[in-house]
Design a protein around this ligand. Structure first.
Ligand SMILES: CC(C)(COP(=O)(O)OP(=O)(O)OC[C@H]1O[C@@H](n2cnc3c(N)ncnc32)[C@H](O)[C@@H]1OP(=O)(O)O)[C@@H](O)C(=O)NCCC(=O)NCCS
Length: 170
């Protein structure tokens, strides 16, 4: 059986819109980062997950969008994509950040990868949308800002005795 394949998409990025809208329901928002960001797509053998990452300056990346086709969630696709992304950037950036809804499922998902809470934007979702947004049955109100130090991986690799294999727990 063929292994899942991850590609960086450089052309016709808007063809990925249906899946991107699952990670960010505002198309006008997606338009703001899609072209300047790097779009990663995981195929197994057809499209399963997408992720858009932008360079925010100051050695910092931002995950703008992460989504897995609803029919194929909880099979490890987003985890595979994220691990690939950390690997892809770890020598060039020191920090990766993102903003997400305050739901236990998503927060536990990101904590598995060593993300920690860096801040909170009160009423972000209630101000942005003129209708309530629900995720996992939770009405989204605040946006939680998460960050992860990519340099930790870099330093660990530079010191073979300290190599850490697996996902750090926080
Ligand atoms: C978050 C998302 C990208 C995860 O994709 P995925 O391919 O299912 O992720 P993985 O299979 O690698 O990891 C699944 C883990 O995520 C967490 N998780 C994801 N959805 C969850 C849910 N609804 N409830 C609880 N935990 C959830 C769990 O820790 C789960 O691990 P488990 O199956 O061992 O319990 C996917 O649920 C999604 O597309 N959601 C809608 C868009 C979104 O919310 N994007 C993130 C905003 S930044």
């Amino acid at each position: 059986m063929k292994k899942p394949e991850i590609r960086i998409v450089t052309e016709h990025k808007k063809e990925y819109l249906p899946l991107l809208l699952l990670g960010d329901e505002m198309e006008s928002n997606i338009d703001k980062y899609l072209e300047r960001g790097e779009l990663f797509a995981l195929f197994d053998p057809d499209l399963k997950s997408v992720c858009v990452v932008t360079d925010e300056g100051d050695d910092t990346l931002e995950i703008q969008n992460l989504a897995t086709d609803e029919r194929y969630q909880r099979r490890g696709y987003a985890s595979k994509l994220l691990n690939h992304i950390f690997d892809h950037y770890r020598n060039r950036y020191s920090r990766i950040i993102l903003g997400t809804g305050d739901t236990p499922g998503i927060l536990s998902f990101y904590s598995r990868f060593g993300f920690s809470v860096a801040g909170r934007e009160p009423d972000y979702f209630t101000k942005l949308f003129n209708h309530p947004i629900y995720e996992d049955g939770v009405m989204l109100r605040d946006r939680v800002l998460l960050e992860k130090d990519l340099a930790i991986i870099r330093e660990a690799l530079a010191r073979p005795a300290d190599i850490f294999i697996g996902t750090p727990s926080i």
